[in-house]
Ligand binder design. Structure first.
Ligand code: PSU
Ligand code: MN
Length: 315
């Protein structure tokens, strides 16, 4: 077989290139939440609302996905629509990305892959819904999201509403600490639980000044520390589903996954889809609101990051 590796599989949208060149803050957005995390057509509505929110804050959105083997940084509307409507888009984690690039496949990027691709494009800030972590069944099947490992190797900021509540939040925080990721909760002392403001766990750090969050990433770089910062942004109390209400649904979705033998990269989309049904749409509505709020906060942090750099350069 004649096989030639492409010279440059990184396609950065013109708008994003100009923003990066002229110092307009850029926020990277993942596409697995579109292709696997939310149902159609709410996934499309959410993706567009997230992009519009970033723009309203004076920043440039860059939704990332892999199209025919190219890493696209700044997907256009048609591309986002295709990802939203597709029922069979691949979910690409870091282990899958090289083969997708080599073979010319298309697929959606998780937080982990988005971290990898956004570093290639020199984008420092990512917004998502909920960070991956240690799965609750880890004691019988070791399942730890690549999101955690990748953030420990990427000098970036991920803004999320904590770690998804379908996971083992306490152990996820432990492994983040082991790997040296800075975990900061914005505006609260308690670490949030994705759809709920409360996890019952005190946050490792809390900061309510976005400039201090930006400075934390720069301080990591000065200290020569690899890896980045997870910013946990609690869902608004008016939008949340309380922990006591959601926990029985999570338990029954987990029991179903177990019965049906769902595992690997299917488990997260399966649980999110079951919770959508069990909650009669409430989890998805909350998910949409929290990811929009995370995008707004990410844009402000990206802006502060640029200001900090500007000052540090003594200009
Ligand atoms: N946040 C959401 N919905 C999602 C995700 C995040 O609100 O669907 C996705 C992200 O792409 C994240 C992935 O990286 O879930 C985690 O998957 P896994 O547990 O297989 O690593
Ligand atoms: Mn996994």
């Amino acid at each position: 077989m004649n096989f030639e590796l492409k010279q440059n599989a990184l396609l950065i949208a013109d708008e994003v290139t100009s923003a990066l060149a002229s110092g307009v803050p850029v926020v990277a957005l993942e596409s697995s939440i579109i292709a696997q995390g939310l149902p159609y057509p709410l996934n499309l509505r959410t993706a567009l609302e997230v992009e519009a929110t970033v723009r309203e804050q004076g920043a440039m959105p860059a939704t990332i996905g892999v199209i025919d083997g190219n890493i696209v940084v700044g997907m256009n509307r048609g591309q986002i629509e295709t990802f939203a409507a597709s029922t069979r888009m691949l979910k690409l984690s870091c282990a899958d990305l090289p083969a997708a690039v080599a073979c010319g496949h298309s697929g959606a990027t998780t937080v982990a892959t988005t971290l990898l691709c956004s570093r290639l494009a020199r984008i420092d800030v990512i917004a998502t819904g909920g960070m991956g972590g240690v799965h609750r069944r880890h004691f019988e099947l070791l399942d730890i999201s690549r999101d955690v490992v990748q953030l420990s190797q990427s000098s970036s900021i991920v803004v999320a509403s904590g770690i998804k509540a379908i996971l083992d939040i306490a152990n996820s925080l432990e492994i983040l600490e082991t790997l040296g990721v800075s975990v900061v909760t914005y505006g609260s002392r308690e670490f949030p639980a994705f759809w709920s403001t409360s996890s019952g766990i005190e946050s490792p750090l809390f900061l309510d000044d976005t400039r201090q969050i930006a400075a934390t990433l720069l301080a990591r770089r000065q200290l020569g520390l690899d890896g980045g910062v997870l910013v946990a942004n609690p869902i608004a109390t008016t939008d949340e589903i309380s922990r006591s209400e959601i926990e029985p649904w999570i338990e029954s979705a987990l029991a179903e996954a177990r019965k049906e033998g769902v595992g690997g990269k299917q488990i997260t989309p399966f649980l999110l889809a079951r919770l959508y049904q069990l909650s009669e749409g409430r989890t998805v509505d909350a998910n949409r609101k929290l990811v929009v709020a995370n995008a707004a906060l990410a844009a402000r942090i990206a802006n502060d990051l640029d200001d900090c750099r500007y000052k540090a350069a003594g200009r």
